[in-house]
Design a protein around this ligand. Structure first.
Ligand code: FES
Ligand SMILES: [Fe+2]
Length: 357
């Protein structure tokens, strides 16, 4: 991994490259702005432009034919948010004076002055847009030193034959993305937090496991007897079945879990925590599975939402709201190996000890 910039040198840079009302430490923001994050579910763009927020930057996301455009949510004419506008042909139209913007964020109509040559100043400030896993991903700044970390994270088996692709509605969480992601890879809370979905209060001991670091974060094989069936659904696991949960963490805020069910069933859930601000996270959650494909996807959406709502309740209550990367700031237990590997990985990237304060 590349050597991070020293915090003191970053903090004396001009703040002019930061969003207005930036809620992150400037040095943390500058590092975070170099990663891809999802900002919209592609299917939702059929209805028209969508507003989004990434790292305190307000964005508009829209379709222009086959192209997806991510741009600053600000009409260059008089500053009205374009997310208030509507789709118009292959573009979107501002609600105030009707300027239209199309492919590449280019203004292509000025109704009040139809014959004027359109100056560059009227084109939108755009960001790269990539469609992956049914999500629109963007990043605010190019990476200073490109590395695998600065690629869009891999989702295991998204393209695999015989797997059903599901995109759950996003969930907004009033907490920091780092706290949310850490909860996703935490294996000691199932029997306490997830009692309404799959947790077993009689099975709370965490067997030993070992995170293995790699170029983008780390992976973990976690084996236990905690089943992954919704409560009330009859298990078809043989007596003593060992459940393997394989985690892949791609720093800073993406992880996937692959749950190995009996009879070679596989369920992959990707946790893409998109930091809207340092205190607000939009969680996107693509899923694939190779079993139960006849069950309506609304049931998957519902179960997934209930699991993440159970987590949300905790994440929104955690204090401090930031993620303490200095190991002396919170107490730890042996079951926290993933959490410790996560914080260590973030620290190695150069994030501040009080991350996103
Ligand atoms: S403010 Fe958008 S067209 Fe005038
Ligand atoms: Fe959880």
């Amino acid at each position: 991994m590349s050597q991070p910039p020293a915090l003191h040198s970053a903090s004396v840079q001009s703040a002019s490259d930061l969003p207005r009302h930036c809620s992150f430490e400037p040095a943390d923001w500058r590092l975070l702005s170099q990663f891809w994050f999802p900002v919209a579910i592609a299917a939702d763009l059929e209805k028209g432009p969508l507003g989004a927020v990434l790292l305190d930057e307000k964005l508009v996301v829209y379709r222009s034919g086959e192209e997806i455009v991510v741009a600053a949510d600000l009409c260059p004419h008089r500053g009205v948010p374009l997310s208030m506008g509507e789709r118009d042909g292959d573009g979107i139209r501002c609600i105030y004076h009707g300027l239209r913007f199309g492919a590449g964020g280019r203004c292509d109509q000025v109704p009040a002055s139809p014959d004027m040559r359109i100056p560059d100043r009227l084109h939108l400030k755009t960001y790269p847009a990539t469609l992956k896993y049914g999500l629109v991903w963007t990043r605010l700044r190019p990476p200073a030193e490109p590395s695998p970390l600065h690629e869009i994270p891999d989702m295991p088996r998204w393209e695999a034959p015989d797997f059903q692709q599901i995109n759950c509605p996003s969930i907004d969480i009033g907490g920091f993305a780092g706290r949310q992601l850490e909860g996703f890879i935490d294996v000691a809370h199932f029997g306490f937090v997830h009692l309404g979905t799959f947790g077993d209060p009689a099975n709370t001991a965490v067997p030993s496991y070992s995170p293995v670091t790699n170029a983008v974060g780390f992976s973990v094989d976690y084996r236990s007897t905690v089943a992954n069936y919704p409560i009330g659904v009859a298990s078809n696991a043989p007596e003593g079945f060992i459940w393997l949960r394989h985690f892949e963490v791609h720093l800073p805020f993406t992880a996937s879990i692959t749950v190995h069910f009996p009879n070679y069933g596989l369920l992959v859930v990707m946790n893409c925590a998109s930091p809207m601000t340092s205190r607000l996270t939009r969680l996107f959650c693509p899923i694939v599975r190779n079993f139960d494909k006849h069950i309506p996807i609304e049931a998957v959406h519902d179960f997934n939402r209930r699991v993440f709502e159970e987590d949300r309740f905790v994440v929104e209550a955690q204090k401090p709201e930031y993620l303490p990367l200095d190991p002396t700031l919170e107490a730890h237990i042996p079951a926290d190996r993933s959490s410790i590997a996560y914080r260590r990985g973030l620290r190695a990237l150069g994030f501040s000890p009080i991350f996103a304060a």
